[in-house]
Write a protein that binds this ligand. Structure first.
Ligand SMILES: *Cc1c(COP(=O)(O)O)cnc(C)c1O
Length: 393
């Protein structure tokens, strides 16, 4: 089919939920994608942080194909090899104790919040159920994860929202103390606010929150749906923050392009969810888990060092362009944000770049870059050349 035929079918039959760009993706290789007519795009989006290994990576394709030939799904009533192997690797690499699998980021966070409330119920009884999240955060679009999302613009239309949430300003301990209370069971936060604009939290603040949680037996829940799986230059961003969270959620990059998510808990929280309290039909799907194993094999410590080096190289190259439309850059690893200067609109800049062959994201009021983790220096240089050509004038 041609691009135009696909646009037309989409308009006729698919709900208009997304503000899509007029681009059809047909296939890809490395960090480069092609439309059906053969037009080339450098991909600085990774399908919003999902396609960590880029496109057409042979070991990933082979692992998925091999598992599909064996068995594609069995439910959680039976045991399978790939998800248990993946859980072992995740625990050993992070110091966490046990894993639960789900399918998307919102669903993972729902489970994390259920765990937190039950931990508190088991130990302290009813009423200690409030979860504090940070303003400008993003935790998902299901009813509770949407309530947890600390952005007023999302709290519309779908009333009534879920009870038992309060919000604090990021990087502001007094704001957190002001909403603390005896009814609080958990604090949930992203260490690098992703959708909010690529805003890493301060180390001092994170250490203070961790200490406060410990003192009050309030669970520290870290949402690494976007920052996890190598994106920040370590397997999980919390490993660069010198904390040991109670529960960590992951999703986007975990299976390198297949829908998979989950959360890991420490030993303290590992036995909270017992049979009958939580579950999901597709969770731990063996094809997704087989893909996840390839992601883990690929993300060696040396590979993660490369992610840091490429992120630093990209940041410096963007800064070196001195584009009038761009302000400061920030981020960790290959999770990078660029402020947009006054008088410019991020969505318009994104549209121009995409029209000219560079797929890029926005976040908050700025630009966001999430290239596949195996993006090459040549592809980074090509992307920088497009930015210079398109936005330099
Ligand atoms: C994307 C994202 C989510 C939601 O994930 P979905 O798979 O879209 O449900 C939750 N938290 C963070 C930090 C995210 O970036």
């Amino acid at each position: 089919m041609t691009s135009q035929e696909i646009f037309d079918l989409n308009d006729q039959y698919v709900m208009g939920t997304y503000g899509r760009f007029p681009v059809v993706i047909d296939h890809g290789e490395g960090a480069t994608l092609y439309n059906p007519e053969g037009k080339k795009y450098i991909d600085f989006t990774s399908g919003i942080g999902v396609s960590a290994l880029g496109y057409g990576y042979e070991p990933w394709v082979e692992a998925i194909t091999a598992q599909a030939k064996k068995v594609g799904h069995t439910s959680n009533l039976f045991h399978l090899e790939p998800p248990v192997k993946l859980a072992e690797i995740l625990c050993k690499r992070t110091g966490m104790d046990k894993v639960f699998y789900a399918n998307g980021g919102s669903e993972a966070n729902e489970g994390v919040m259920k765990l937190a409330r039950k931990y508190s119920f088991d130990k302290y009884g009813k009423g200690r159920h409030t979860i504090i999240t940070l303003k400008n955060s993003f935790h998902g679009r299901t009813m509770a994860s949407l309530t947890a999302t600390g952005q007023d613009s999302f709290h519309n239309f779908f009333f009534p929202f879920v009870d038992g949430y309060r919000y604090a300003n990021a990087n502001d301990l007094s704001s957190l103390e002001a909403v603390m209370g005896d009814d609080v069971c958990a604090i949930m936060m992203e260490l690098i606010q992703g959708e909010g604009g690529i805003l890493p939290l301060d180390q001092d603040y994170v250490s203070a929150v961790a200490a406060l949680c410990k003192e009050k037996d309030v669970l520290l829940l870290i949402d690494e749906v976007q920052s996890g799986v190598g994106r920040s230059g370590s397997l999980f961003a919390f490993q660069q923050y010198d904390i040991q969270p109670d529960v960590v959620s992951f999703a986007k990059g975990i299976a390198g392009g297949l829908p998979m998510s989950g959360f890991m808990s420490n030993a303290k929280c590992a036995k909270v969810l017992v049979p009958g309290t939580h579950g999901t039909t597709f969770g731990g799907n063996p094809i997704c888990a087989a893909a996840g194993l390839v992601v883990q094999e690929t993300l060696s410590d040396a590979f993660l060092e490369e992610v840091k080096a490429k992120g630093a190289y990209l940041c410096k190259a963007v800064e070196g362009l001195n584009l009038p439309c761009f302000g400061k850059t920030r981020g960790m690893g290959l999770m990078l944000g660029i402020d947009v200067a006054e008088g410019y609109v991020n969505k318009e800049l994104a549209k121009k770049l995409i029209d000219n062959g560079l797929l890029i994201l926005t976040a908050g009021s700025g630009m966001r870059m999430l290239p596949p983790l195996m993006v090459s220096y040549e592809e980074i240089d090509a992307a920088i050349a497009i930015m210079k050509d398109v936005l330099g004038g």
